[in-house]
Design a protein around this ligand. Structure first.
Ligand code: FES
Length: 291
């Protein structure tokens, strides 16, 4: 496939001239992809998150070359790009496995067996949290809640759901991954894509699989079905009150809530808070006379 040329004078075009450790072929391909991503955002800087996923789809992690690429494309410092990449746990700072096996060990999953699943997988694979097997196949992670508590304990493989797991079922699944066999999530997509493939989707390049399988299963819909069966509805009074709040005709907050608290500091009345040299700090804070 021929890579479309970048526009002369564009940020991506300039980035191509910058120094990278990417080969000319890879740089050309990433630059063409970056052009498509940038076109979606009125502010170029807003494209940083998908661009980080893009370089992850190339390298399997946010590499130094990837940091440099993002910085040059967006005219940011490498430190600024690194600051964002280190903030979000979905960006990996060292080479990730082909599959991220994440075990939810948040409260509900933990008490339902998540801790036992993680410990068993850790023993079986010989790796701990955020570590990768020697063959580069699996990175094991402890995950926070995946909003799938109704199927606890939950394991995610490259962010596909494996519900109602046991230590035995989890080991069985990772054995298939290690053997190069396909595994099927219990909900959603029919198969699990590789970490690099998923990273490309997260960068904004649709793989056409978003609507595969069911998303909300029976356990998730129990509350909705109960509400329908019993004709439960949101209280009308609250709905009207919310509308009044939106229209600005009703004070925000319930009686006695913090919304009714008398202003005690400048930040209570000014979103920007106190500024240097503003003597209203002392007046508003009640600290006058305390010095
Ligand atoms: S606690 Fe595990 S999915 Fe919510």
């Amino acid at each position: 496939m021929t890579t479309p040329p970048s526009r002369p004078g564009s940020a991506v075009h300039d980035a191509r001239a910058a120094r990278h450790s990417y080969s000319a072929e890879v740089l050309e391909r990433l630059s063409a992809d970056a052009e498509q991503i940038l076109a979606k955002y009125p502010e170029a800087r807003s494209a940083l998150l998908p661009l980080l996923h893009l370089v992850q789809s190339e390298d399997g992690y946010v590499s130094p070359a990837g940091i440099a690429f993002c910085a040059d494309v967006l005219d940011l410092s490498r430190a600024s790009v690194s600051a964002v990449a280190t903030f979000y746990s979905q960006y990996k700072r060292h080479p990730n496995g082909e599959y991220t096996v994440g075990v939810c060990t948040n409260t509900l999953c933990a008490v339902m067996g998540g801790d036992a699943i993680f410990d068993r997988l850790s023993d079986h694979l010989g790796v701990g949290h955020d570590e990768t097997t020697d063959d580069g196949k699996i990175t094991l992670e402890r995950l926070e809640c995946n909003a799938a508590c109704d199927y606890a304990p939950v394991m995610m493989i490259n962010w596909e759901f494996f519900d109602n797991q046991t230590p035995g079922s989890a080991v069985e699944t990772v054995e298939k991954l290690l053997a190069g066999e396909p595994v099927k999530p219990t909900r959603g997509a029919d198969s699990v894509a590789t970490f690099k493939e998923v990273s490309r989707v997260l960068a904004g390049f649709d793989d056409g699989r978003a609507d595969e399988g069911e998303a909300a299963g029976p356990a998730t819909l129990v509350g909705l079905e109960l509400a329908r069966k019993n004709d439960w509805r949101a209280p009308a009074g609250r709905t009207e009150q919310a509308a009044e709040h939106e229209a600005g005709t009703e004070p925000v907050g319930d009686t006695g809530s913090s919304a009714e608290r008398k202003p005690q500091a400048p930040a209570d009345t000014s979103p920007s808070g106190p500024t240097a040299g503003d003597d209203s700090d002392a007046k508003g804070s009640g600290k006058e006379g305390s010095a």
